[in-house]
Design a protein around this ligand. Sequence first.
Ligand code: GUN
Ligand code: FE
Length: 448
Amino acid sequence: MTNQAFVANLYHAPIKGTFDYIEQACIEIDGLGMITQVLSPNHSDYTQLVEQHENNSSLTRLADHQYLLPGLVDLHTHAPQWPQAGKGLDLPLHDWLNQYTFPLESSYSDLTFAARIYPELVDTLLAHGTTTAMYFATIDSAPSEYLARVCKEKGQRALVGKISMDEKSMCPDYYVESSTQQALSDAEAFIQNVNEIDAQQGLVYPVVTPRFVPTSTKALLEGLGKLVSHYQCHVQTHASESDWARDFTEQAYQKTDVELYNETGLLTRKTVLAHSIFLSESDKETIKSVGAGIAHCPLSNMYFADAAFPLREALDKDLHVGLGSDLSGGPLPSIFHAALDAVSHSRVREAGTNTHIMEQRGEANTRVSFVEAFWLATHGGGLTLDLPVGVFKPGYCFDALVVDSNTQGSQVRVYDDLDSEQDILEKIIVHTTEPAISSVWVNGRKVK
Ligand code: GUN
Ligand code: FE
């Protein structure tokens, strides 16, 4: 690939809580898919840059009804659970795992089953504008490595974890590691193999993935912590997701999940904690001082969490936080939808719901704005993963999508005489469905 450039009306959120809209911006990217320049029309070099790319036939001009946005980041999704998205949501977490999730995940030991599901799932996420996804795969190494190869081939930036779960009393006998030692050597081989799938290190990354505290022995957590410090790779797990999960750790260890993960070496700058609903003040301090991050999964939380994540507080405390679909605890693959859910969930939290209470039904001043949700879906996600994605800046990867208000099936309606720049952004978040996303790029490669 050689240098290319785009002229487009773009939205992005370089600063949390605000957005930039640049009409007819010119973005130049190099042969590796990195952004080299972002110029607005009033910049003195703008005309020259546009002409240079026009003369080289390396310029793409988007239409006025098309909006260029940073690609979306899904910080928490379970690839193997795609076939059950929408099923079993009436069950509590523990029953849902045992009745639906563990039986389905164990099916992937058959690679032909994995080949039926994973390519379709990755295509689906790309089509919804998810340019970076952090995936839980399954306990089996071969299908988990296969998922990493599918992402690499289809061009999705992906952080993929083979799940580690060895606590025999909490796992079904058909879906558990044969021993802690085996679990650790498989986790290590997985890291090495995924590093080889993507030897240039830019698209696909291995992730150390203890499922959650109940399915892990302490020896497993400690062993995985050593792997993390040796390979300096990402970590993902579930933290304090429901009353049951929180109480389990409290009773077994007299600690919080965050304390246990920290003490076992699993909490680093590259750790993503899914959910983290019940955090103590000292947990928040620990997360902040380490620079670990949180995947907020609002739709999943409405079904499984028993409570609302304190997103307002996490944003105000400057914790690293972004959004996750949590497929299939959350049944929808769209991070635009997750952004809408984050706003709606915060509004329900703020207002409260109990009509028997006459005043102060909810928690005052806890709402989150659409503009903040846009930051979470893009820049916040990139920051949480410590990857240069989610904003259009020199040195960042060109991961982008186009929302087209005119294309067939688009529900994004823009009325130039009625809609401000912010109105349009809010409508994009609320109304963008898959057909409205006309193009997607990852690292400068067109993938939709
Ligand atoms: N906790 C442990 N495993 C899971 C899972 O697969 N999904 C969700 N939402 N929570 C979990
Ligand atoms: Fe999850």
